[in-house]
Design a protein around this ligand. Structure first.
Ligand SMILES: [Zn+2]
Length: 302
């Protein structure tokens, strides 16, 4: 395999993203950009082979953790983008790459990524796994885009960010990398493929573009005025401002706040609730409900 002329972005460095990255780094592309705003939790450090207890204890960002794990032993240029990707940031993240691999776990983010890839004519590989249901698909410009599929009711797995076993992530991750390599090297099409993550058996469906698709047919792209989204996940609520934030200003208003990660994270605890804020503008709430999180965000931003 001679992948070393290709530059790749992997969005999402969770269980599946980690499995994809382990295999992809071995395959040896020129560069891989890894995008994730999440920090490693104690649970991740047990379930996911790329993360350690030290990562969890230190609130290390997942993309940073993977880059530092491989950077001394791999010739692949690895770049960490330690933030959640949304409308404001997607264009710069995917600029100039040969393929985008989306391993995120929610349809809203997938639509944002799909929109940008269609607009910029960059192939998009989508991989997901929930329980033992895996999915692989490459949007290549000739077949249905993700919005074509989504608007016809195929919501792709993500009714919550259920954590997945390392074994199932591995099974789907390896197949995803094989599909990406075959696509890049030989332009081999990757149809919509359901993967049984326990047995590895697959079922392929060829899906044509929907002539009414807003994204690839009518070219009505997402409202780019955006600026933040809220996502409820297994381990809390996430919110992204989609831009850098001045942590010092916030720390002044919260005397109990503690800096971590060389000042790149601010942590605030009160009773059983805590908030982590990164200098990339990402918020991670635990013990909060949506209203509480919204109130907190508006108090910080006012
Ligand atoms: Zn479409």
């Amino acid at each position: 395999m001679d992948l070393n002329r290709f530059n790749i972005v992997v969005i999402g460095a969770g269980a599946l993203g980690g499995a994809v990255l382990s295999k992809l780094i071995q395959a040896g592309p020129a560069s891989i950009k890894i995008v994730d705003g999440d920090v490693v939790t104690a649970k991740n450090s047990v379930n996911q082979p790329l993360f350690t207890k030290k990562d969890a204890d230190g609130f290390v960002n997942k993309a940073d953790a993977i880059v530092s794990k491989f950077s001394s032993t791999s010739s692949v240029r690895l770049v960490s983008e330690p933030f959640y990707v949304g409308e404001e940031r997607i264009d710069s993240v995917i600029e100039g790459v040969d393929i985008v691999i989306d391993t995120t776990d929610n349809n809203e983010t997938r639509l944002v990524i799909n929109d940008a890839c269609v607009r910029k004519r960059i192939p998009l590989a989508i991989a997901s796994v929930r329980a033992n249901n895996g999915l692989l698909y490459i949007v290549d410009g000739n077949n249905a885009c993700f919005n074509c599929i989504y608007r016809n009711g195929k919501k792709v797995d993500s009714s919550g960010c259920a954590s997945v076993t390392a074994q199932r992530a591995q099974t789907v991750g390896v197949k995803a990398v094989d599909a990406v390599v075959n696509f890049l090297m030989y332009r081999t099409e990757c149809p919509f493929t359901n993967v049984n993550a326990d047995t590895g058996s697959t079922l392929e469906t060829y899906i044509k573009k929907d002539s009414n698709c807003e994204t690839c047919q009518k070219h009505i792209h997402l409202d780019r005025a955006g600026g933040g989204f809220i996502q409820i996940c297994g381990e809390g609520i996430k919110f992204s401002l989609q831009k850098k934030i001045d942590l010092k200003r916030i720390a002044v208003a919260f005397p109990s706040a503690v800096y971590m990660q060389d000042g790149r994270l601010l942590r605030m605890d009160s009773g059983s609730r805590s908030v982590l804020i990164s200098d990339e503008g990402d918020f991670l709430f635990s013990g909060y409900d949506i209203e509480g999180a919204k109130t907190f965000i508006s108090s910080v931003l006012s």
